[in-house]
Structure formats: structure tokens, C-alpha cells
Design a protein around this ligand. Structure first.
Ligand SMILES: O=C(O)CCC(=O)C(=O)O
Ligand SMILES: [Mn+2]
Length: 190
């Protein structure tokens, strides 16, 4: 099984270098960053990154045993959302934002397959700051892997049954010294 453009689209340079720098600085300062505790295998652990959840009132997100109520949209987030909606050809009512402070921050293997995202969700993932490697592996055969370098200013659109068959991760990397912000725009079903 391979990943086709119907499942995954990579769009570099959606945000210019200047735009990316301004947005990165504003988001670093204005977003209500938190380091959440999540439940993994029955134990409470701190996520190895900072996160925040923004969106329409009522777009409540449950992740690893924790419910997140959205904070209201900021001007920067609405600006970024408009660009991603145009690119993805759909609308989004919420965004999960991750701040990877350096290469020791990461996100483990998972699929974005929470029930509130519905079947075959369209998810637009915006990248600002340092480039990080995005790994994908087939759920039924973990040896089948694909990698994409997610550069600052790029957008990755995930759709179709990608989340059904594939998992993804951002692995730790000792070489990475600079921060990266990733925003995954989603639609939470009522
Ligand atoms: O940081 C990334 O590129 C991935 C983020 C992600 O997978 C998620 O927020 O579900
Ligand atoms: Mn994900």
C-alpha cells in the first residue's frame, strides 16, 4: 500500500518567510501554551511539547483521557485558518496547536481518528519555524514507512482514509536546536 496524493498533499511556501517569522513571534507570545498531563497506559505523563486548543465554542476535543474546551479564535489564527481553508477546500471549526521547543520535544505514533472527527477527516497541518521530519507507518505493517520533511511555511493536508490505515509521529532529534509551531486545523462534529 502506498500513500497517494488523494490521501496526503504537501504544499511548501504557503506562508512566505516574512509572514512565517511574524506569525511565529505572535503565536509564541499570544497563545495560551500549556504542558498537559495525558493518560498513557493508565499512567499520567506530561506531554513532551506545549499545546493549546482554539476554536468555535462547543468544539470540545478529547485526547488521551483529557477534555479540552476551546479558547476563542485570535486574529492570527483566523488569518492562518483562512489560508488553509482555501487550500484544503473545506472549513475548520478548531485547531490543535503544538510548540516543539527543540528536538527533544516530540509526538508519538498515533492516528487522528478520534470519533468526534468523524469518518475520513480532512486535517490541514501548518508548519512554522524549524523543519521537522514527519514519519508515517502503515498500521498493519510497521515496516512500511514514509517520511516527509515539513518545512517552515508549508501546509500538509491529510484526508481520505489516511488516518484509518496509517499512523504518524514527530520523532525526537538531537540535531534540532530551534523551535517549531505546528497547527492542525480540524472539524469537530457535534
Ligand atoms: O507536529 C506535527 O506535524 C504533527 C502534529 C499531529 O500529528 C497532531 O497534532 O495530531
Ligand atoms: Mn496527528
Amino acid at each position: 500500500m502506498i500513500i497517494t496524493p488523494e490521501l496526503l498533499g504537501y504544499f511548501p511556501g504557503v506562508f512566505s518567510v516574512d509572514d512565517g517569522e511574524v506569525l511565529f513571534a505572535k503565536l509564541t507570545g499570544n497563545i495560551a501554551w500549556r504542558q498537559e498531563s495525558i493518560i498513557i497506559f493508565g499512567r499520567s505523563v506530561l506531554t513532551p511539547r506545549l499545546t493549546a486548543w482554539y476554536g468555535d465554542a462547543g468544539a470540545v476535543y478529547k485526547y488521551s483521557g483529557v477534555s479540552f474546551d476551546p479558547l476563542p479564535w485570535t486574529d492570527e489564527l483566523l488569518y492562518i485558518r483562512a489560508k488553509t481553508e482555501e487550500l484544503a477546500g473545506t472549513t475548520f471549526n478548531s485547531v490543535l496547536i503544538n510548540l516543539y521547543r527543540d528536538g527533544s520535544d516530540s509526538m508519538g505514533w498515533h492516528s487522528d481518528d478520534e470519533p468526534e472527527l468523524g469518518r475520513n477527516p480532512i486535517i490541514a497541518s501548518v508548519n512554522l519555524g524549524e523543519a521537522r521530519r514527519f514519519d508515517l507507518r502503515l498500521k498493519k505493517d510497521h515496516h512500511v514507512k514514509q517520511q516527509i520533511l515539513l518545512e517552515g511555511g508549508s501546509v500538509l493536508v491529510m484526508k481520505g482514509d489516511l488516518q484509518h490505515h496509517w499512523q504518524h509521529q514527530i520523532a525526537k532529534s538531537a540535531k534540532i536546536k530551534n523551535p517549531r509551531i505546528n497547527l492542525t486545523f480540524r472539524t469537530i462534529k457535534p
